[in-house]
Design a protein around this ligand. Structure first.
Ligand code: SF4
Ligand code: SF4
Length: 396
């Protein structure tokens, strides 16, 4: 006799999806128009209709282990055509957000990043941290010089021009900046590694049960090869450009993505220049790496500004939620404070240059430390899920 399956609705999870932007999920009457309309839904086990059923029942385990929700690029075509205005695209986005929190470790940070009441702490902690570091840099220079000499290092990364030029390192020691952000980078890599291990295990088990994969085991080497293989597709935003309703979002999205790649290259080159070549900043505006930094900074401000404009313009048909504004606000603040830090330094205003640099560091801290828990983590989760789909021979 067939085993009985008793579905237990998880009311808390339904509430969570609704709060994260999927409040329309109960309007769905299962017509399947969305699955037909979606330009990237596979013929075999298509989405998002079945995800709408699972959401209305709050089937959390089925949803957070569903790799298909990451193939969705939130283009909005299904939401446009849904006869019940159930906004399946928004529901999938809300499920992705809940999934990132679910896999995020430790859980209390993941929950804090998604709780508007905790925002003052997320900003306050780095604000106090960097204020203390600035005070030590400026008032404790002699003591720090002695401590660093005792361990055979130079405290000050002396720059040409001495005290006549504005150098951010005179306000925040570059040692302090790097000793803050290098451990953060290591922490982020460890959190992603632990979270993605569980994530891949989950989506594989789900794919096996639902018959969405042709492989029964995970071969780590082949999975990594598949992830590398899909990177060019992500960089070209191929799937994004297949969408109709929200295709205009693609340009802004690409500007932000490429500006982060540019800024990562700049950070790496300047790190090598300082610690390997012994050449501290500030660097000449004629330096090509500086051009890349400035172009990336401008692209970041324009790209994130367009995203904000787009959301405000569509606030009636596509409401935005805290998770959206938290990440957009942080990225925009990062770009604006970065550019203003440079402009005020060139304009010769030490007070403004140092003050805005302080805000810039707080924005960087927020973006990077909370990367595995914020909406920005979707870049990594989506890449891995697309790689898994390629590995499992799922056609989409
Ligand atoms: S979400 Fe809309 S289009 Fe999709 S099945 Fe439900 S009612 Fe139909
Ligand atoms: S938002 Fe676009 S990609 Fe996502 S399910 Fe709907 S139609 Fe498909």
């Amino acid at each position: 006799m067939a085993e009985k399956y008793l579905a237990q609705p998880d009311l808390d999870f339904i509430k969570e999806i609704r709060e994260r932007g999927g409040e329309t999920l109960n309007r769905c009457y299962q017509c399947a128009t969305c699955s037909v309309a979606c330009p990237i839904s596979p013929d075999d086990s298509p989405f998002p209709r079945k995800e709408m059923i699972a959401s209305s029942w709050g089937l959390k385990d089925k949803l957070i282990t569903n790799g298909d929700i990451w193939l969705c690029h939130e283009c909005g075509d299904c939401s446009d055509l849904c006869p019940r205005d159930a906004k399946p695209g928004d529901v999938l986005s809300a499920i992705r957000s809940a999934t990132i929190t679910e896999y995020g470790k430790p859980k209390f940070i993941a929950n804090a990043v998604n709780d508007p009441k905790k925002l003052p702490f997320l900003i306050g902690i780095p604000a106090i941290w960097f204020a203390v570091l600035a005070w030590i840099t400026m008032a404790g220079s002699e003591t720090m010089t002695k401590i660093f000499h005792a361990i055979g290092l130079e405290w000050s990364h002396a720059h040409e021009g001495g005290h006549d030029i504005i150098a951010h390192a005179d306000f925040f020691s570059t040692w302090f900046v790097d000793l803050t952000f290098i451990p953060i980078a290591i922490f982020v890599v460890v959190v992603f590694a632990l979270s993605l291990k569980d994530f891949v295990t989950g989506i594989h088990e789900n794919a096996v049960v639902e018959g969405k994969t042709r492989t029964s085991n995970i071969n780590a080497k082949q999975l990594v090869q598949s992830i590398v293989k899909v990177i060019p597709r992500v960089l070209k935003h191929e799937k994004f450009n297949e969408c109709e309703a929200n295709r205009d979002r693609s340009t802004a999205h690409m500007m932000v993505l490429y500006s982060f790649i540019g800024l990562a290259v700049v950070t790496g080159v300047f790190f090598i220049a300082l610690y390997v070549l012994g050449a501290p900043g500030p660097y000449s505006q004629w330096n090509p790496v500086k051009w890349l930094a400035n172009i990336s900074g401008v692209a970041l401000v324009i790209g994130s500004g367009l995203m904000i404009k787009n959301r405000l313009a569509k606030k009636e048909e596509q409401p935005s939620f805290y998770k959206d504004w938290y990440i957009l606000g942080t990225v925009f603040a990062l770009g604006v404070t970065g550019l203003l830090t440079e402009m005020t330094r060139l304009a010769g205003s030490a007070f403004l240059a140092y003050g805005i640099y302080y805000l810039h560091l707080i924005a960087i801290f927020n973006l990077f430390l909370f990367l595995p828990y914020s909406k920005m983590a979707h870049l990594v989760y989506r890449l891995v899920a697309m790689g898994y789909a390629d590995y499992g021979k799922r056609r989409y």
